[in-house]
Design a protein. Sequence first.
Length: 229
Amino acid sequence: MRTRYPLFVMLAAAGLVASGPTAVAVEKDAGPAARPCGPLRLTSSLPEPPAGMAVQQDVSVGADCAPRLGAVRLMPVDRARQGIPEGRRPTAAITTDGSHHVSSWNEMYDCCNIRMTGLYTTSDWTTGGSRVVGAATDATEQHNREPWNAGWSAASAAHGTDCTAGCADSRSEAHADFTYRGIFDATGNWYANSHHSYVDLHADGTVTCRFDVVLRHTFVGWNWRHGCA
């Protein structure tokens, strides 16, 4: 795969727009004044990594409940596999004979670095004659359970592709909604995470990875990790 333009994302929290080359779109209300924090929405688009590499960014919830943007990092694919479920781990892109592969991950971790919820996609496509000859994308979700049948649960999940053969571009999207009832909230009404991942497969063999996550409530130290390879 070819390296695309540098990351461009927007940060907007409580009406404030941050300047700089790295950004994430954020929506958040005042929420509770203490440590839990209020609702949060984060949106990101990552540059395409070189073959054999992965690109990843972390965004954490700071002590003031505002997002803290981590650097967009390039790393070997093997390093990006750490923590990703078996079968969802990225592999080096295949670019011979017009065949291509890309994996994406979209995860929320708590302040103890335990993955609460995650959405993963894998896409394979072939190109020829300035077209996407064939394309397929699969998606799966993961969530953390607690003892006594508690913790995060999957409420719904879906994925689809707008064009699978003879396309200028093949656009896939995946969605997963999660609810929580457990030791941090016995009512089941406080926490809920929704993950959305978008993968655009292009006829020139390049790819665009986009992500967003919508959180009903957050907590100081939560971390959003997303990437593609």
